[in-house]
Design a binder for this molecule. Structure first.
Ligand SMILES: Nc1nc2c(c(=O)[nH]1)N[C@H]1C(S)=C(S)[C@@H](COP(=O)(O)OP(=O)(O)OC[C@H]3O[C@@H](n4cnc5c(=O)[nH]c(N)nc54)[C@H](O)[C@@H]3O)O[C@H]1N2
Ligand SMILES: Nc1nc2c(c(=O)[nH]1)N[C@H]1C(S)=C(S)[C@@H](COP(=O)(O)OP(=O)(O)OC[C@H]3O[C@@H](n4cnc5c(=O)[nH]c(N)nc54)[C@H](O)[C@@H]3O)O[C@H]1N2
Ligand SMILES: [Mo]
Length: 755
């Protein structure tokens, strides 16, 4: 019953991924993994006060993430009691008073950190950024920092918008779709519908991925039970380019080099009129392409010259090209440069701002794009702050705040004292797990607004709160009646979402109500002229304020009432370039030959340094583990596995199925080699080798189990996104002490054990 309301005009927006749906109005649109997300929220299990009376926090911390999630929905606000080491129920007013007391006691508002995860609605996000800015800081780390920050950072200066320019309808017209570093079969299953329709029309679909992803090779149509069960008989990708991890920039450079050579050989390949009218920097790009040697491109991409030329011919042979990408592109040191190379490739033939063509960074969380639009951003543009100042008559803080890694460092240093999270699972999603936990534990107060118990609630400050909230699927009744919230999908469509289920507990508050009551308790009438409690009586009042601040949201309430909602303006899609030069910009791509993996190999010539990528299984939603299978990759009943080429296993003198430890090779200012800031080696223990079709020298394993391996200082240049897709590591035979062996009876991967 719940599923029938997913993505319907009068139902809720699927809390799974940010892939758009057909006008939000199809008769029946959800996928297997959306179903898991919905079922997880609609569970009948409850993590009530009895659970917390039964276990100390230390005991809960011994449990796996899978077990924590399995306890069901949180029912009561809870406060940590240090004397008993337990969470105990607390009244809502007392909880808000506690947070307010801590916040007001800070000598500097910049000592508080306000995290956001991407399920948060526009209404909650808008109130949250207003509250926090009136409180006095821009410390807004969010899950974008861990995710598509690199895409936005690259595209904003390049084409003037930090978002993709294509719509769903463009997929119906594309002649070629290139997919870089994304696994839609698992992470955006509804995208397969578009890909299948494209394939059947004869569009070319080229995948660039170091892994042979079954979900990219063959269709498993989420709407077809038979195909889901059999993994389909129709191929998805007409071409599969199995490049090396981190090989995308050189690969795209090779493709562009071929395109340029073809222009020289036969002409008519480049869109000269577009380049002349709409772009700058072509000369420098062309010079850089000419100067590059194929041998370097082959060595660094892992593709042959012939493969890059074949991909180039595909590109030239298609009138309209869409390029999609995911985390395989954004979570690298040179991610920003790689995105800029991809966009440069599109610009060469005018593949932006016309039907069937354009860049399509595929977002993760269902409202991660909307939260950023609403101002959840540690680097707010001056124009936004000016509007807030005019509309609300206060002086917003002008200095930039901290992103995720900056927030961890702030808490590490002891300056960050209050950590507040609107959703998410900060302790599990972030890098350098053990150093991060130590940082969180230094806080005077940690607060989590959440639907389910998770690791972050157990890695707490001196005082701690868990504030349980309504989920997307639940009916949200305020004084003004049942409320809907709004969200923005990956393609800039804004629409309403209204729950249909009764709340999991009578004690839950909505996210907007939690933010409003906290703001009222903290700021009072002395520091805020916003009528917080009145606003949440009827969310249309919040949307009226959003319309006042953001011109693109004019007449918000009327426009969003239309089934399917409305599309936000995207200047680049109209070939209006809101960049410094007023034009789109080519960037000459520099092939990196000094990545952390290159450096680690140079420092350890006697050892095999692998490059590890971390990714999602089919049975997880980020840090939420639904089950232990990864069907398309053929892994069942376990998560502590590492995918590796069969010849690499032999070269190590090991066998398929053997157990290994994985240890990071890393060197930076603060760290001695391999150790994190706590002086511990960055090592995870007892992973099973699984022979897999992956390039030699590359490894793949699941997140979050491998997050202790990602150094805090490993971030994308110019974006700060942790480089979770390229960590230099060593494999060590597992020596199997009793403690580590019990820690891994999968997925009882208890990070607590290793501390
Ligand atoms: N069911 C489900 N859906 C989800 C999520 C979930 O956890 N579960 N998470 C949501 C979120 S927040 C996000 S951001 C998205 C994530 O969706 P994706 O971007 O698909 O995420 P990942 O699983 O991290 O892996 C991406 C792919 O990148 C490839 N890859 C790794 N390194 C490289 C590289 O160097 N080059 C190239 N070309 N490819 C590489 C991997 O082999 C893998 O196929 O999904 C969203 N949807
Ligand atoms: N090594 C490695 N690390 C990664 C990645 C990777 O590929 N590799 N991917 C990164 C990416 S792309 C992302 S987006 C981050 C994800 O980081 P987060 O967004 O912080 O993590 P999630 O696992 O999505 O958050 C799940 C929790 O959100 C809460 N929740 C669920 N629904 C709601 C709701 O409606 N309201 C509220 N308030 N809470 C709710 C539940 O308590 C649940 O436990 O992880 C990043 N970390
Ligand atoms: Mo994400």
């Amino acid at each position: 019953k719940t599923l029938l309301s997913a993505n319907q005009p009068d139902g809720f927006d699927c809390p799974g991924c940010a892939w758009p749906d057909r006008n939000h109005a199809s008769s029946f649109e959800f996928c297997e993994n959306g179903a898991k997300a919905v079922a997880a929220e609609a569970t009948a299990r409850r993590a009530g006060p009895e659970l917390f009376a039964q276990y100390t926090v230390a005991e809960l911390a011994e449990q796996s993430d899978f077990w924590l999630e399995g306890q069901g929905r949180l029912t009561h606000p809870l406060a940590y009691d240090a004397a008993s080491d337990q969470y105990r129920p607390i009244a809502w007013d007392a909880a808000f008073a506690l947070v307010a007391r801590h916040l007001k006691a800070l000598p500097d508002p910049n000592q508080a950190v306000f995290y956001t995860s991407g399920r948060t609605s526009n209404e909650a996000a808008f109130l949250y950024q207003l509250f926090v800015r009136q409180f006095g800081t821009n410390n807004f780390p969010d899950c974008s920092n861990l995710c598509h920050e690199s895409s936005g950072s690259a595209m904003k200066p390049q084409i003037g918008v930090g978002k993709g320019t294509v719509q769903l309808a463009d997929f119906e017209q594309a002649d070629a779709i290139f997919i870089f570093g994304q696994n839609p079969g698992t992470n955006h299953p509804r995208m397969l519908g578009e890909l299948r329709a494209g394939y059947q029309r004869g569009a070319r679909i080229a995948s660039f991925n170091p892994l042979r992803e079954r979900g990219l090779e063959r269709f498993a149509d989420p709407q077809s039970t038979l195909e889901m069960a059999t993994l389909g008989s129709t191929p998805i990708s007409t071409h599969y380019f199995q490049l090396r991890v981190g090989g995308d920039l050189p690969a795209v450079k090779g493709i562009m080099k071929h395109v340029l050579e073809q222009e020289g050989a036969r002409g008519g390949v480049l869109d000269h009129a577009f380049i002349a009218e709409h772009t700058t920097g072509f000369g420098a790009l062309a010079a850089s392409l000419r100067a590059e040697a194929w041998a370097v491109l082959e060595e660094e991409s892992g593709l042959t010259e012939a493969q890059m030329r074949a991909a180039g011919d595909l590109y030239i042979g298609a009138d309209r090209v869409i390029v999609c990408w995911g985390m395989g592109i954004t979570q690298h040191k040179y991610a920003v440069h790689t995105v800029q190379a991809i966009v440069s490739l599109l610009l060469l033939r005018g593949n932006i701002g016309r039907p069937g063509a354009g860049p399509c960074p595929v977002r993760g969380h269902s409202n991660v794009q909307g939260d950023r639009t609403m101002g959840i951003w540690e680097k707010p543009p001056a124009a936004l702050l000016d509007r807030l100042q005019q509309v609300f008559d206060f002086d917003p803080p002008r200095t930039h705040g901290v992103d995720v890694v900056g927030a961890i460092r702030l808490m590490q240093s002891g300056i960050g004292k209050v950590f507040f999270a609107l959703g998410g699972n900060f302790a599990a999603a972030t890098p350098d797990t053990f150093a991060t936990w130590k940082a969180l534990r230094r806080c005077a107060l940690t607060v989590h607004v959440a639907t389910k118990l998770n690791r972050s609630h157990l890695v707490h400050g001196q005082e701690a709160l868990i504030l349980p909230c309504l989920g997307r699927t639940e009916i949200d009744v305020q004084a003004g009646g049942a409320q809907g919230v709004t969200v923005e999908d990956s393609m800039g469509m804004v629409h309403l979402s209204a729950g249909i289920n009764p709340p999991a507990s009578e004690h839950l508050l909505s996210e907007p109500a939690i933010v409003a009551r906290l703001a009222a308790a903290t700021l009072g009438i002395e520091r805020s002229n916003v009528q917080w409690l009145w606003l949440v009586e009827d969310y249309r009042r919040i949307r009226d304020l959003i319309a006042k601040v953001f011109p693109d949201f004019h007449a918000f309430n009327q426009r969003v009432a239309v089934p399917g909602g409305f599309k936000l303006r995207n200047a680049a899609s109209e070939r209006v370039w809101e960049t410094d030069s007023g034009k789109a910009r080519f960037y000459p791509p520099v092939v990196p030959r000094d990545t952390p993996s290159h450096q680690a190999r140079a420092r350890h010539p006697e050892q095999t340094v692998f490059t590890l990528l971390t990714m999602r299984s089919h049975d997880q939603y980020n840090t939420t583990i639904y089950g232990l299978d990864d069907r398309y990759r053929g892994v069942y009943g376990q998560r502590r596995v590492v995918f590796i080429h069969a010849q690499d296993i032999r070269a190590l003198g090991l066998q398929d199925g053997d157990w290994v430890d994985i240890q990071t090779v890393w060197c930076d200012d603060s760290d001695s080699e391999g150790d994190n800031d706590s002086g511990q080696p960055r090592r995870v223990e007892r992973f099973r080798l699984v022979a897999y079709d992956i390039p030699r020298g590359n490894l793949a394993a699941y997140y979050p189990e491998t997050n202790p391996l990602v150094p805090l200082s490993a971030v994308a240049d110019g974006a700060g996104t942790p480089t979770s897709k390229s960590i230099p590591v060593l494999l060590l035979p597992h020596t199997g002490t009793a403690a580590t062996a019990t820690a891994t009876s999968a997925p009882e991967a208890k990070p607590a054990r290793h501390v």
